[in-house]
Ligand binder design. Structure first.
Ligand SMILES: Cc1cc2nc3c(=O)[nH]c(=O)nc-3n(C[C@H](O)[C@H](O)[C@H](O)COP(=O)(O)OP(=O)(O)OC[C@H]3O[C@@H](n4cnc5c(N)ncnc54)[C@H](O)[C@@H]3O)c2cc1C
Length: 349
C-alpha cells in the first residue's frame, strides 16, 4: 500500500507543478503518469508570466536556455494587423518563451524527482476510492495508492470529474483544434507569433525553434476542420502527421470537494486562442498544492479552503471566457453559437 499526503494524477505541467509545490512544503507526494515518457504535444508558446512561476518552482534560470523569445503577438482580426505587446518598459519589454512541451514536462518532472516525489510511470489511475463522500485514494494498474488529498491533473478528459460524475457543462459549440509542425525556413512569424482570422475561424503560426514552426487551426464549425497546414507553411517539411484535439469550452464547477482538488485542463478548458493554458495549469497546480498544505495545517477549515479554491478557479474561467467571447464577437465571421449559450455575464454556471 502506498500512502501519501498528496496523490497527484497526471504529470503534465499542472500535476508536476502541484507535486513540486507540495514537496517544497515537506509533504510526501506520489505522482502517477500513464505514459512511459514525456511526449511532444502542443503548448509551447508561453506568456511572460510563466517565468516567476517556474523560478518559484525552482527551475533553473530560463534566460540561459536559448529559447526563442517574443514581446507580443501579431493579431490579424480586421482590416489592419496590429501588434499586441505584452507590456513592460520601453527598454525592458516583457517577453514570452517558446519551450517545446516535451522539454518543459521533463524539466518539471526532474525537479519533482529531485525533491523526493515518488513518480510512478507508466501508471494509469483506473478507479477512484472513496470513504463516505470523501476521496481517499485511487486504484491503478500498478496497485492501490492512498492520499490524504487527491489532486486530479489528468488534462482535458477530466478523469476525476468522470469518476465522481461531476457536471462539466459546455460553454461553446463543439470545437476541434488541429495542429502540426514543420521544418524549414519561413520569415512569416520569425519576429513573433501571428493569429489570423479567416472565413472559418482562425489560424496560429509560431516559430518554436531554429527552423521549427508550429501551427494551430480552429474552425468554428468542426465539420469544416481539416488537417492541412496553413498556406504560409505548405512549403515546410511537415513533421509527423497533423492531429486534432477537442477544445470545446467547458468547466467543472465542483473543482474542489472532500479530499480532492481538480487542476489545469481537468478543471476547465478554453480553446488555445487564450494562449495561456500552460500558465493556468501551473498556477492552478500550485494553488491546489497550497490549499492542500493549508488543509493539513488547519483541518477544521477544509470546507472554507475548498470553497475559496472553487471560487478562484471559477472566477478565472468566467473572466477568460468573457474575453474570448469579446474576441470572437469582433471576428469577421463570428461563430453562430455565441448567441444561445451561457455568456458568463452574471459570473455563474
Ligand atoms: C492545439 C493546441 C495548442 C495549444 N497551444 C498552447 C500554447 O501555445 N500555449 C499554452 O499555454 N497552451 C496551449 N494549449 C493548451 C495546453 O496544451 C493545455 O492547457 C495544457 O497542456 C494543460 O496542462 P495539464 O497539465 O492540465 O494537462 P496535460 O498537459 O494534458 O497533462 C495531463 C497528463 O495526465 C496524464 N493522465 C491522463 N489521465 C491519466 C490517468 N488516468 N492516470 C495517469 N495519468 C493520466 C496524461 O498522460 C498527461 O500527461 C494548446 C492546446 C491545444 C489542444
Amino acid at each position: 500500500m502506498n500512502r501519501h499526503d498528496a496523490l497527484i494524477i497526471g504529470a503534465g505541467p499542472a500535476g508536476s507543478a502541484a507535486a513540486i509545490f507540495c514537496a517544497q512544503q515537506g509533504l510526501s507526494v506520489a505522482l502517477l503518469e500513464q505514459s512511459a515518457m514525456c511526449r511532444d504535444r502542443p503548448g509551447e508558446t508561453l506568456p511572460p508570466g510563466i517565468e516567476p512561476l517556474l523560478l518559484q518552482l525552482g527551475l533553473a534560470d530560463l534566460q540561459s536556455g536559448g529559447f526563442i523569445r517574443h514581446s507580443g503577438n501579431w493579431v490579424h482580426w480586421g482590416a489592419t494587423p496590429r501588434f499586441s505587446a505584452f507590456g513592460g518598459q520601453p527598454d525592458a519589454a516583457w517577453r514570452g518563451f517558446q519551450i517545446p512541451r516535451r522539454l518543459l514536462d521533463e524539466l518539471l518532472l526532474d525537479r519533482a524527482l529531485a525533491l523526493g516525489v515518488c513518480v510512478a510511470r507508466p501508471c494509469q489511475a483506473t478507479r477512484i476510492i472513496c470513504r463516505g463522500n470523501a476521496v481517499v485514494g485511487v486504484e491503478s494498474d500498478q496497485g492501490v495508492f492512498q492520499g490524504l488529498h487527491v489532486i486530479d491533473a489528468s488534462g482535458a478528459k477530466g478523469w476525476l470529474a468522470r469518476q465522481l460524475k461531476l457536471a462539466r457543462p459546455a460553454f461553446s459549440g463543439p470545437l476541434l483544434a488541429t495542429y502540426g509542425y514543420g521544418k524549414g525556413a519561413s520569415a512569416v512569424c520569425d519576429e513573433a507569433p501571428h493569429i489570423m482570422a479567416d472565413e472559418d475561424g482562425w489560424c496560429w503560426l509560431a516559430k518554436i525553434g531554429a527552423g521549427s514552426y508550429a501551427w494551430t487551426r480552429l474552425n468554428f464549425t468542426p465539420a469544416r476542420s481539416n488537417l492541412k497546414p496553413p498556406s504560409q507553411f505548405t512549403h515546410l517539411h511537415q513533421l509527423s502527421r497533423a492531429r486534432g484535439a477537442d477544445v470545446t469550452w467547458r468547466a467543472c464547477h465542483q473543482c474542489a470537494g472532500p479530499g480532492y482538488f481538480i487542476v489545469g485542463d481537468a478543471a476547465s478548458v478554453l480553446d488555445p486562442g487564450t494562449s495561456h493554458g500552460v500558465l493556468k495549469a501551473i498556477m492552478s497546480g500550485m494553488m491546489a498544492a497550497h490549499a492542500v498544505v493549508e488543509s493539513l495545517t488547519h483541518p477544521h477549515q477544509h470546507q472554507a479552503i475548498q470553497h475559496q479554491y472553487r471560487q478562484w478557479m471559477n472566477d478565472w474561467f468566467m473572466r477568460d471566457m468573457r474575453k474570448m467571447r469579446e474576441l470572437y464577437a469582433a471576428h469577421p465571421a463570428p461563430p453562430a453559437w455565441l448567441t444561445g449559450l451561457p455568456s458568463g455575464a452574471d459570473n455563474s454556471f
